[in-house]
Unconditional design. Sequence first.
Length: 81
Amino acid sequence: MSDPAGQVATWRKVLAAILDFLMVFFGGGYAIGQLTGNVTAEGFKLEGAPALLLFALIIVYFVAGSKYLGGTVWQRILYKT
């Protein structure tokens, strides 16, 4: 049996969510770290308000991408069949 047309495989959904999270976490974390002076030799270290800003950025990315922009970056890449 094959999947109905238009339905995305579960592994693609999970992989897209993981890749989107990692992309926003590391990209956004590094950018916020640069702006707030929290970049270390090992990467970035966010505490307090910068950490909350990163969490808010992750939430906004997923909500805006899914509802208003037609999908997040990795959803657009992996959902094409």
